[in-house]
Each structure stands twice: as C-alpha cells, then as structure tokens.
Design a protein around this ligand. Structure first.
Ligand SMILES: [Fe+2]
Ligand SMILES: [Fe+2]
Length: 511
C-alpha cells in the first residue's frame, strides 16, 4: 500500500522534467505545443462521441456502449498517428494556437455537416459538397499537407458509424472512397490558387475525383462474382445520376467557395493568394494615384516588386505576398512625394532649406503614413507588416553624414546616430526581409552611372553585407544560404534591367 504511494509520488516528480526535455526544439527553445494539440484532440473526440449518441437518440435505436468504446480507441489511434505526423512534418503549425483551433473547428464543422447531409431524413444528393468545400478550403487557408490529413480524417469519420440504424453498415467503404478520392484530388489540384476561376476548375476536378471514386468502389463492392455487366444500372436513379451528383458536388463547392472566401478570410483572419493576386492589380485607385502623384516612387516600387518576387521564388518564400508588399511598401510617400529623391528630378529638391534632422523626420514619417494608409485600405496584416518593417532600424546615411559635416563646421553638439535611424521594427518574416533588401538594392542601383555586370554584383553584395552586419536581418528567419541566393537573384535581375544594348549598325552601302 505504502509502496504504491511512494511510486505515485516519484512519478509525479519526474513527469514534468521528462515533458520539458521532450519539448525542446532543435534551437534549444522550449515550446509547449503538446497541450493545444492534446486539448484539440480531446475536444474532437468529445464532439464525435456526442454526435454518435445524438444520432442514435434522434434516429431511435439502442446505444451500444461497447461499440462506442471501440470507436473511441480507434479514433485515439487515428488521432495519435495524425498528431505525430503533424509534429514531425508540420511543427510550425502548432506554434499558432489560433490556427490549430481554427483547423480543428473547420474539420469538426464539416464532419457534422457531412453527417447531417447523410442522415436518412435529409439524404441530400449533393452530400459530397461538404468534403469538397473542406478540401479546397484547407489548402487555401493552410497547406496541402495539412489539408490531406484533415480531409482523410473527416472522410473516415463520415463513413464510420458504430451505432448503425436500419441497414447502414458500421463502416461504409464506398462512401469513404467517394469522399476521400474527390477530396484528395482537390488537395492536389488546389495548389497555388490565385484566381477565382481556378476555384471552379478545381471544383470540377474534385467532382471528377468523386465520380471515379464512386464508379470504382461501386464496381468493387457491387459486381457479382459471375462476370457480366448487366448489374450496372445506367438509367434514371442509376449510376449516371449518381455520377452527375458527384460532379455537381465538386463544381458547387467551387462556386460556394468563390462567393464565401472573403468572409472566410475575415473570420479566420487569414490572407489567401486570391486576395493577394487581386491586390497586385496595378489599376487599383490607390496605385493609380501613386503613379500620378509620386511617379518616381511608383516606378521604384515596381522594380522592387520584380526583384523581391524573383528572390522569394528562389528561396521558397511567398512570391505574391512579396510582390504586393513591394507595390505598397512606400505608399506613405503619397503624403509628401516631393521630399523623396526619386520624385525630385521632376520638381527639384525640397531638403535644401531644411536641417538634416528635420529632413530625417519627414523621410521617416513615410513608414508610419504608409501603415495608416494601408490600414485605411483594409490591406492584409501581412502586407501592413511589410510596410512597417521595410526599413527596419536602418540608418538614413545621407542626412547622418550631413549632420556630421555640420557638426564639424560649426563645432556643435555630438550627433547621435539613433536620431537618423528608422524606428523599426526589424523585418520579422522572410518576405519582409526580402522587400527590405530589394528596396535598398534598387535605391543603390539607381545611383550607378555605368552599370556593368561586375559593378552591379559589387553594389548588391555591398548593400546586403551592410544590412546583415547592421543586424537588420536578425529576426527575419533567413539563413545565410537564403541570403546568398537572394543576392545572386538580385544581381541577375538587375543585369537584365540594365543590360547594355548592342549598338545599331547601319548596313554597308551597296556598291
Ligand atoms: Fe521606404
Ligand atoms: Fe522604397
């Protein structure tokens, strides 16, 4: 008896240490990712069990507790495998609890919708719409890998019914294949979905996937042992009608999503590539205004967009986000366009009459103004972050040097470099860091008088090295390999922009 108590105490003392050791990440940082995953899993199990009990109470029939326990074990096994898989391959996913919660909530909601559509009292012919919408939605909002895990789990649970009523089987193999086939096609087809028309196309593919699943599982499950094709019922209420509903479910899902996506984005506070693609349209009123009122800054932003997008593609960052971020990064210059070098060529410098400190304050303000304009425009938070961080805490060297020169001439008080630095924060994502570097590189490249390939390479390398040494990339998550690849891409793209044109030679006069 006492021995048992002792053992219990020892176990209690050791357990937290073991957990903390097990939760150390590769960087040596402690994380407590297991708890949200475990809570989500327990919540999911509770909902699934409740659903089973409620279905029996609603439809009539007797509860079979032993089956429920068996189902619970089965679901635990599936859940354990799923969570282990995600921990191994999608560790980042668990770092934002709200994302984990939303993912679980979406899967559960669509599980319940799918089950309701299948109830004998409802039995909607387009019951496959639920899993079709879920498959595309999870890819758009998360990733293909997460979507695959989510839809396979939901397809399994939709097809499993440990408390069958009437003639319904415990596990409906045909239903599982139909759901899973269409959903998996959706997951693979929905990669990089950046237009609404693609949503409909993907919906069509999902429908075809459901159809192939239906036909193959129908043949496997229903074909009589004695070979022959006469068992196939092609008529009304036959296989053709079912195939039609499969297609309708997939295409319907595409239409539903194309209408519902803006609301989904708002509810889940996520930004899809479709939204970003719409924001990259240069005909938007704000960008048209930017072109007319600050043409130099507008052109600079386009070149930064080209540089940054190419670099993002090279290092596997989000190229559409980077392009949109670059288009809007200097939008704050709209408030005082004439104070920026790129627009000065037309209207002349306005800084001649100002002190270096005053000029610096005006220049720095474009970041804050840009954030305000972006928030007024309801731009996605990722784009607002890029605007806020695009200068990091870098030094405005021109005015800092001017202030040093003034100090030397007038013997005035010491010049603090902090007064000539942007307030930050430093870029906190790979995308923000890429825009930060592309911005600096583009600005420097404009000063090149005779841009030769070696000169361009030299300038790009110098700018990137200085930003790196200044600590501007410390919080960005870029590796040294990424930085070297970004440098190479900038050089290649700039060489393309500044390429030396071959002189036109007149044809020799014919004798
Ligand atoms: Fe800027
Ligand atoms: Fe800029």
């Amino acid at each position: 008896m006492f021995g048992g108590k002792k053992k219990k105490k020892a176990f209690k003392r050791v357990k937290p240490e073991k957990i903390s050791e097990g939760n150390l990440t590769a960087d040596g940082e402690r994380d407590d990712l297991a708890w949200p995953a475990l809570l989500l899993f327990m919540f999911a199990m509770l909902v699934v069990l409740m659903e089973q009990v409620l279905a029996v109470l609603w439809l009539g029939g007797a509860l079979a507790p032993a089956r429920l326990v068996g189902f619970l074990f089965l679901a635990c096994l599936g859940g354990f495998i799923t969570v282990s898989y995600l921990f191994s391959f999608e560790r980042e996913f668990f770092k934002k609890r709200i994302r984990v919660f939303n993912f679980g909530l979406l899967c559960l909601s669509f599980l319940v919708i799918g089950r309701v559509l299948l109830l004998p009292q409802v039995r909607a012919p387009a019951f496959l719409t639920a899993i079709s919408v879920l498959a595309i939605l999870l890819v758009v909002l998360y990733s293909q890998r997460l979507a695959l895990v989510g839809v396979l789990g939901v397809a399994f649970l939709i097809s499993t019914n440990p408390q069958p009523t009437g003639s319904a089987p415990v596990f409906d193999f045909q239903l599982f294949i139909m759901n899973a086939a269409g959903a998996m096609v959706g997951v693979f087809a929905a990669h990089r979905m950046d237009t609404r028309t693609r949503l409909i196309k993907v919906g069509l593919f999902v429908g075809l996937g459901h159809g192939v699943g239906l036909l193959s599982s129908y043949l496997v499950c229903s074909a009589p042992v004695s070979a022959g094709w006469r068992f196939l019922n092609w008529g009304v209420d036959g296989i053709m009608t079912d195939l039609g509903w499969c297609l309708a479910s997939g295409v319907g899902a595409g239409f539903i999503l194309s209408g519902a996506l803006p609301f989904v984005e708002r509810i889940f506070r996520l930004t899809t590539d479709i939204r970003l693609k719409e924001l990259s349209d240069l005909n938007q009123p704000i960008l048209r205004r930017f072109l007319l009122e600050a043409p130099g800054s507008y052109h600079h932003s386009l070149v930064v967009g080209t540089l940054a997008e190419a670099a993002a593609q090279r290092v596997g960052a989000n190229p559409i986000l980077v392009r949109v971020g670059a288009y809007f990064h200097d939008i704050g210059k709209l408030n005082k366009p004439d104070y920026f070098t790129e627009n000065e060529a037309i209207k002349g410098s306005k800084h001649a009459a100002l002190s270096p400190t005053m000029s610096t304050l005006i220049i720095i303000a474009h970041v804050k103004d840009g954030v305000e304009i972006a928030e007024d425009l309801n731009l996605p938070k990722e784009v607002v972050s890029i605007i806020r961080q695009h200068h990091g805490t870098s030094l405005i060297e021109y005015f800092y040097r001017e202030a040093l020169e003034e100090k030397r001439q007038n013997d005035s008080e010491e010049v603090k470099d902090q007064l000539f630095r942007y307030p930050g924060p430093k870029p906190s994502s790979r995308e923000a860091a890429i825009v930060h570097l592309a911005d600096a590189v583009e600005a420097a490249s404009r000063t090149l008088v005779e841009p030769s390939p070696s000169r361009i390479e030299e300038v790009v390398s110098e700018i990137v090295r200085r930003r790196l040494n200044d600590g501007q990339l410390d919080e960005s998550g870029l590796t040294l390999t990424d930085i070297s690849r970004i440098e190479g891409t900038f050089t290649r793209v700039l060489m393309g922009i500044f390429h030396t044109r071959i002189k036109y030679q007149k044809e020799p006069a014919q004798k």
